[in-house]
Write a protein that binds this ligand. Sequence first.
Ligand SMILES: [Mg+2]
Length: 232
Amino acid sequence: MKRAGLFVVGTDTDVGKTHVATAIVRSLAVTGRRVGVYKPVASGCATADDTAGDAWLLWDAAGKPLAPGDVCPQVFATPIAPHRSARHAGSHVDERLLRTGLDAWLSAADVVVVEGAGGLFSPVGDATLVADLARDFCMPLVIVDAARLGAVGRSLAMCRAARAEGLEVAAVVLSHTTPATGAAHDPASDVAIARDSAADIALRLPTIPVVILEHGATHMPPGVDWAALAGC
Ligand SMILES: [Mg+2]
């Protein structure tokens, strides 16, 4: 069953997924919709209540619906792949809960933003990759890459791989993970590389939006109907 939602995936870890996901959440929330937020599993934080962790940041962006433990029911402390982090803690990732954890949001929200862990093909359990969850949740992908040199190759590779897996790609977002420096007229500046990379990606993905998110931005820039992309 297709649900109103977006599944935010990265080309890699630390490319700005949470920044993009929280900005999409806020942009959806201002339309008056109840926005659910779900992170199937997280590593690198002690609890879902950790205010620096992805679960809390998503929960805060959504206006604090339900509880942080509903946003991310499985959290493991060591900052490595979740299934390895769980094993290090003498536990394991509950593969069924990765999927059923979404259920609380399907009734509590009009639209759900899911943030993956790592990249699209990163393992989140012993038998599950992020891509497997995206397929099971029937949500289109928002592919996030860092707005720096190499973004065209990384983003197109991820998009083609996703489509080869039968996954729908709704948008590509290049996220400035640090404050952009340099002048727009300098082609080697951060600003120009992001602008020109987005143009080169858009040329090859003409049917979907390609968006740049500024460092520190709390909402997505105007011009894209995220609710429509989410299937609302
Ligand atoms: Mg994150």
